[in-house]
Design a protein around this ligand. Sequence first.
Ligand SMILES: NC(=O)c1ccc[n+]([C@@H]2O[C@H](COP(=O)([O-])OP(=O)(O)OC[C@H]3O[C@@H](n4cnc5c(N)ncnc54)[C@H](OP(=O)(O)O)[C@@H]3O)[C@@H](O)[C@H]2O)c1
Length: 328
Amino acid sequence: MKKIIGWGARWMKRAVVFIVFLSVCFGLAACGETTQQAGNDPTPTTKAKEGEKKMAERAFNFETQTVMLNSGYEIPLNGIGTYSLLEEECENALTEAMSRGVRLIDTAFMYHNEESVGAAVRKSGIPRDELFVTTKLYPNQFNDPEAAIDEAMKKLDIEYIDLMLLHHPGDGDVAAYKAMEQAVKQGKIRSIGLSNWYIKELKEFLPQVETTPALVQNEIHPYYQDDEVIEYIHSLGIVVQGWYPLGGRGHTRELLGDETIVKIAEKHKKSAAQVILRWNLQKGVVVIPGSSNPDHIQENTELYDFELTKEEMKQINALDRHEKHDWY
Ligand SMILES: NC(=O)c1ccc[n+]([C@@H]2O[C@H](COP(=O)([O-])OP(=O)(O)OC[C@H]3O[C@@H](n4cnc5c(N)ncnc54)[C@H](OP(=O)(O)O)[C@@H]3O)[C@@H](O)[C@H]2O)c1
């Protein structure tokens, strides 16, 4: 009997050891799986998920008509561009625009109108924190970016710059960007970004700087849609803004007369310009159409009382010709 009990206990012991051994094996296998997944998979799925999350954080708010930049400041979804508007024409256009609710103004050192933009802003009487002014450093300023930032501050004379962009890639752009990063710390600039940077340029540039750009401004219109670039920029949690939204001065006639766009506009009782601007907004692209015509300026603000259907978006998407209207 003693023998039988001893024999049973031995087998029981062996069984327990075997079960423990199996559990450890399964445990390790399961662990291995997780490690493998995590190890193998900073690959597409994780990256895509991160991209989607970042994109969601930058979702357009059509109620407030703003989008939150990664810098923590909101930017209006539509504004006015000032390229080729000088002195009185520029000031008048901006005064019209601000009186019609426009709160986003785009200028640049190269437009030679920062003083006029500043004057219009100061005269408007609108509280400074309700306006959003963007300016840009040109590559010929990259050799002394600190001086260039101070020059913009002085010409604009509006307490601070909401957003400063590097206008184009060029020699010294990393140092110029770092100077903008410093100017943010000094309270001169609130947000910084880039213009005319595409996928290759961004992949080279971003690892060299500390601050992810808040916004990238590139050419975007129905004849030059650049979806791949927009998607890439969005996946980094960066807001995209389009220049030449109506095709650009000298190119607007064909785009505004495009049969597909005109038909859609008629259906919504809107203008072709409004349809194009709305198409941009629905793609997640901030718009800054340029105009000195008060009627156009007004029209360009009325973008929130209609919505393009999926089919209409598709029809406009199909107009892409990869046709750039400028060299950069
Ligand atoms: N980062 C860059 O490299 C870069 C390059 C180019 C431009 N930009 C910026 O992007 C802004 C927009 O570009 P843009 O002004 O050159 O071109 P745009 O906005 O595509 O087109 C401006 C032209 O469209 C006309 N227009 C505006 N609203 C209209 C409407 N509702 N109906 C009919 N016509 C209308 C304007 O004429 P009227 O004056 O008669 O309205 C003007 O001739 C510039 O002002 C500038 O701030 C940036």
